[in-house]
Design a protein around this ligand. Sequence first.
Ligand code: GLN
Length: 308
Amino acid sequence: MEAMQQWVESLERRARFRLGSGRVADYIPALAEQDADRFGIAICTNQGEIYHAGEAQVPFSIQSIAKVLLLTLALRVQGDALWTRVGRNPSGMPFNSLTQLEAEGGKPRNPFINAGAIAVTDRLVGAFATPSKHLRDVARRLSGNSAIHIDDAVQASEWKHRSRNAAMAYLMKAFGHLDNEVDEVLTAYFACCALSMSCVDLARAFNFLAAEGHALSAGERFIAPDLARRINSLLFTCGMYDAAGDFAYRAGLPAKSGVGGGIVAIVPGRFSVCAWSPALDERGNSVAAQYALELLADDLGRWSGIIP
Ligand code: GLN
């Protein structure tokens, strides 16, 4: 539909005005080398149509966006037993904070902060021989792109600069909240964060959350509708870390960001979208990608007739 394509292009044009503010993630050298001025956006409708603009086909490091797939797989494997290891409330703290974890007995607030995702990964280490390869294969299946891979340089960089994430993992281990060896869990977690995917790949892969759990590109019911609804609720309350409330006010969409600059957002019943731009605000969320999603939500409310 031509109107849809024009809309996506207009989102790109307007979001580009925010390029130039924010800073590229520099906690690992592999990400610090990114060009701050890149921007891409892709929409995948529940009918399977793709509309994209800018550098939407350029793979980037998905980072924390992987936490959504980790959670989905862990819930498929473990069901509600997972919630004995991780909570479901917003943390109000930075994604890599340690203070709350100690204060709360080693149980992370939610699956989308680092400690929470590490606890979730621990469950997958017990369930799969190579959890990161399993997750990569799921990402390939859901996006219909068999070329998706784990970026070795990013993974090695994460490992080399792992002190903070290792501190979280050891703290959880000390509280008896990790079953597997810290090194094994961290290796799997970093490999998942180091997946390289484009906006188009991510919009396709996450469409199951817009489509009540049905994965159109894979031609399968990936999760039950009630689980999709619950994951969307967690994305809404916890997906943007300590900016979750602010982003909910601005865009009102379930969303997950990563320090690679990508943000996936869901318009339930209609479409999934991914926007990407590497420069981040002080909370680790992409400046231009957030703005693109805010514009998108604004337009949806204003002239929803044109948009499917
Ligand atoms: N790999 C990153 C880390 O562990 C993920 C953080 C993020 O994207 N917010 O620090």
